[in-house]
Design a protein around this ligand. Structure first.
Ligand code: AGP
Length: 608
């Protein structure tokens, strides 16, 4: 999604803006720009393409000043182009605005400004309306002009605004899109996300929806929706900028795949005590848990896939029905939620617009809401009744890996915790699962030690047009995540199918040109899965089986097998996805794709 950054202080602003935007590249973008106030001129330099394009333009003419805003744009309204890039200005060129989000009523506002106020627009964007409104409402008080503007717009925004007539302040505001303020010595920052300012400060204010912020060199004023001053605690960022760097790996994605053993330890840390699950973030009583008659698990993309694994766990341990929903569907199908419902929302970024909207819908209907997220202080963590953090460390690659596996661990812990409170968790089963969870880091390490062998598999798959992933039960859920990984970064068309479903139509697409990944880890469906594999090999497709270490039986049916270390069967999904992550990573590499920032995709989809 779009990234915004702003600075006011004593340093030269342009280099700070560029370094901040560089740290926001992972959010995915197609154009970039900066606006700087230098002496009595407001300069805007912006361009379509990557930051290198902007850097080249800045070499031609570098504005020098001590206040400015910057932006990386992920196009929503208006194709990627120079003129559609941010910052945007009004008629007078005395204001500049950067924006992350969508102004849903921009067309009617634009019509009013043009017809009633004589404004002239240059871009196709929704954002440009903000610049013209601020200009229209400005009567000598920038904060007031921004407030009046925000009172007119509908939609989502995190904005930064500067004005030539008030060169000693930045004004920022947010609704539904993330915004933070970085606190320095004789300098302050605004940004969409912490990595943008981590080189300069670890102290930040997390801005809430509806708040407007006035930022000068030595003061930050946070105002609530009623213009009252807000007292906000300083949030101290503990993780290092390096943690957000590649740490010697060629890509963030490989780094994050290889960080999984460490991430598992962090997710589990302090949460299994004396053979019991302990979640300090939750304090449910037995009555509360017994009151829930249904659980919803709602998310998007990979997070949604993790919820598919959570479903049978919660149903098995709590003995109540669980419905897993894609967030963008959930909110429009009038879901039946009430006080007897627990609604779990899963989001790595904690900023996904569809998931946040679904959360708000669930809250409005009286459900108890619980967020599972990786980003401390993210919007979802501040709006849900309860939050379980993944503690997986920053996940920068667009393709989610360690967040997915730690989302699974979090759901194993949550389902056991709830069953513990309710008194429905069989002791022996609990002990087996908790022991297996604690074995995960070492077992994952074993897979990663042989990561290069997936390069060969990827080489063999390089020219494939279509790849199918098949499995049953948990194996099918892992197949769904494996297929998303492959297609989103290698651009090979991949689909996951319940192994028993292939013969009901899709088998027609299977030929000798179609590699098939058959996941056969679950003991209770193993034989059935192998018979489905035979349907596929009968069509001469090349089948790679994913099996438990020591399984020789599978070799009688598949063309070759890849293995995960033996572990308690119910916990095997957490390991099973790692070979598929590696296969996808290497497939993207051998196909020369942009692994960390695949085309058309963004790390956090903060628009609907
Ligand atoms: C997964 O690899 C993708 N990056 C995408 O599907 C992602 O999982 C989805 O957009 C949800 O993001 P979130 O977890 O931050 O809400």
């Amino acid at each position: 999604m779009c990234g915004i950054v702003g600075y006011i202080g004593t340093q030269d602003v342009t280099s700070i803006l560029m370094s901040g935007l560089k740290r926001l590249e992972y959010r995915g973008y197609d154009s970039a720009g900066v606006a700087v106030i230098e002496k009595n001129e407001l300069s805007v330099i912006k361009t379509v393409g990557k930051l290198t394009n902007l850097g080249n333009k800045l070499k031609e003419r570098t504005p020098h000043g001590h206040i400015g805003i910057g932006h990386t744009r992920w196009a929503t309204h208006g194709r990627p182009s120079d003129v559609n890039s941010h910052p945007h200005q009004g008629i007078s060129k005395e204001f500049a605005v950067v924006h992350n989000g969508i102004i849903e009523n921009y067309l009617e506002l634009k019509e009013w400004l043009v017809k009633e106020k004589g404004h002239k627009f240059h871009s196709e964007t929704d954002t440009e309306v903000i610049a013209h409104l601020v200009e229209e409402f400005y009567e000598g008080d920038l904060i007031e002009a921004v407030r009046k503007t925000l009172a007119k717009v509908c939609g989502s925004y995190a904005i930064g605004v500067i004005a030539l007539k008030e060169p000693d302040k930045l004004v920022a505001a947010r609704k539904d899109s993330p915004l933070i303020v970085g606190l320095g010595k004789d300098e302050n920052f605004i940004a969409s996300d912490i990595p943008a300012i981590l080189n300069y400060t670890r102290d930040v204010y997390l801005i809430e929806d509806g708040e407007v912020v006035e930022v000068t060199r030595n003061r930050v004023k946070i105002l609530d929706a009623d213009n009252n001053l807000v007292k906000r605690d300083i949030f101290r960022v503990e993780w290092d900028a390096e943690a957000a760097e590649k740490g010697g790996y060629e890509h963030f994605m490989l780094k994050e795949i290889c960080e999984q053993p460490e991430a598992f330890k962090k997710t589990l840390s302090g949460r299994i005590i004396d053979g019991k699950v302990k979640l300090n973030e939750l304090n449910f009583t037995k009555e509360q848990v017994e009151k829930w008659k249904k659980v919803f698990v709602v998310a998007c993309g990979t997070a949604y896939h993790s919820g598919l694994i959570g479903k049978p766990l919660i149903e098995d341990f709590l003995k109540i029905p669980v419905e897993v929903d894609i967030a963008s569907e959930f909110r429009y199908r009038e879901p039946l939620l009430n006080e007897d419902t627990l609604a779990v929302f899963i989001s790595q970024s904690g900023e996904t617009a569809d998931t946040l909207a679904a959360l708000r819908e669930a809250r409005a209907k009286g459900a108890t809401t619980l967020a599972i997220t990786n980003v401390v202080g993210s919007t979802i963590s501040r709006e849900a009744d309860y939050t379980i953090y993944l503690w997986a460390g920053p996940e920068i690659a667009v393709a989610s890996t360690k967040a997915y596996t730690t989302m699974l661990i979090a759901q194993y812990l949550l389902s056991i915790y709830l069953a513990q409170v309710k008194g429905t968790m069989p002791e022996e089963k609990e002990a087996k699962i908790l022991k297996a969870l604690q074995e995960l880091p070492c077992k994952a390490e074993e897979i990663l030690e042989q990561k290069e062998k997936y390069l060969r598999l990827a080489e063999n798959m390089k020219e494939a047009e279509h790849v199918f992933f098949i499995g049953r039960g948990y194996d099918y859920n892992i197949a769904q995540e494996g297929s998303l990984k492959l297609k989103e970064i290698s651009y090979i068309h991949a689909e996951a199918y319940a192994a028993g479903e292939l013969k009901h139509g899709t088998l027609a697409l299977v030929t000798e040109e179609t590699p098939v990944i058959a996941i056969a880890l679950q003991e209770k469906t193993y034989e059935k899965t192998l018979s489905n594999v035979k349907e596929v090999t009968a069509r001469d497709a090349y089948v790679i089986g994913l099996a438990n270490e020591g399984d020789q039986e599978i070799l009688k049916t598949v063309n070759e097998a890849i293995y995960i270390p033996k572990i308690e069967n119910i916990v095997s999904p957490i390991l099973a996805v790692i070979p598929l992550q590696l296969l996808s990573y290497y497939a993207a590499c051998v196909r020369g794709c942009n692994v960390d920032q695949p085309r058309n995709l963004a790390k956090s989809v903060t628009v609907e």
